[in-house]
Write a new protein. Structure first.
Length: 242
C-alpha cells in the first residue's frame, strides 16, 4: 500500500473538492465537523446496503420465484454495493485517487465500471423475475449513466444522487413510511456543499436529477403503486420475521 494515500486525503480535506480552502486541518468549526461526519457516514454504499436489505426481506411483492430473500440480498450486495466501488478502493489504496475521486476528469472510468456492474445485477434480477430487485438495480443503472454524462462537463454530485435515487425508490414503494429517508438527502446536499467538495448547485443537481429517473424506472417495471395494499403486505412481512 502506498503510504502517500493518507497524505493525499488530508490534502484534499484541506483544500476542498473544488480547490477552495476550508480550514479542516486546524480549528475545524462545529459545522464543518458535522458536515464531515455526515459525508463519511451517509454514503451511497451504506444506503445501498440498507436498500438492498429492505427490498430483499421486506418487499411488498416478494422476491420472485427463483431467488429467496437471502439470495437476493447477497446478489444485491455484490452487484450494487461491492463491485461498483471496488476499483475506487484499489486505486485509493495505491494512492492514485482520494476516496471521493475528487478530480472530475478521473471519475469517468470508475462510473462506467459501476454502470456495468449495476447492469449485470439488473440482468440477473430480470432473469430471476425478482421485480423488486430488478427495479432498484435498473434505477442505479440509469441514475449513474445520467450522472456520468453530466460529469463529462460539470462535476455533479454522485454522492447526492446516490442517496436521492434509492430514497425515492423507497418512497415510491413504501410511501409515507419511507419519507424519513428523504431527510438524508438534505443532509448530504448540505454536507457536500459545506465541505466544498461541490458547489451548492452541484449538490442540489445531483439530488434532483436522481428523482425523476428513479420514478421513471419504477413506473416502467414496478406494479401500480397502492399504499393500502403495500402497507398491508409490509405489515404481513414484518410479522413473518418473528
Amino acid at each position: 500500500m502506498n503510504p502517500n494515500f493518507a497524505v493525499r486525503d488530508r490534502e484534499h480535506e484541506e483544500r476542498g473538492g473544488n480547490g477552495s480552502a476550508p480550514n479542516l486541518k486546524s480549528g475545524k468549526s462545529g459545522a464543518l465537523r458535522a458536515a464531515d461526519l455526515v459525508s463519511k457516514m451517509v454514503t451511497p454504499q451504506l444506503v445501498g446496503v440498507v436498500v438492498v436489505l429492505i427490498f430483499s426481506f421486506l418487499s411488498p411483492i416478494g422476491t420472485g420465484p427463483r431467488l429467496n430473500s437471502l439470495e437476493c440480498f447477497l446478489t444485491g450486495i455484490v452487484f450494487i454495493v461491492v463491485l461498483p466501488i471496488s476499483p475506487v478502493l484499489v486505486a485509493y489504496a495505491l494512492g492514485k485517487v482520494d476516496i471521493w475521486v475528487s478530480s472530475r476528469e478521473a471519475r469517468t472510468p470508475y462510473f462506467v465500471w459501476a454502470i456495468l456492474m449495476y447492469a449485470v445485477g439488473t440482468l440477473i434480477f430480470f432473469y430471476a423475475e425478482s421485480i423488486a430487485m430488478y427495479a432498484i438495480s435498473l434505477t442505479y443503472v440509469f441514475v449513474t449513466l445520467s450522472v456520468t454524462l453530466i460529469n463529462l462537463k460539470w462535476k455533479i454530485s454522485i454522492h447526492a444522487a446516490g442517496i436521492s435515487g434509492p430514497s425515492t425508490a423507497l418512497a415510491y414503494v413504501f410511501g409515507i413510511l419511507a419519507f424519513p429517508s428523504l431527510f438524508f438527502i438534505i443532509l448530504v446536499v448540505w454536507a457536500r456543499a459545506k465541505l466544498k467538495a461541490h458547489t451548492l448547485g452541484q449538490s442540489v443537481a445531483g439530488a434532483i436529477v436522481a428523482v425523476p429517473i428513479a420514478l421513471g424506472s419504477y413506473a416502467l417495471v414496478y406494479p401500480t403503486w397502492n399504499p393500502v395494499f403495500w402497507f398491508t403486505i409490509l405489515l404481513h412481512n414484518l410479522l413473518a420475521l418473528f
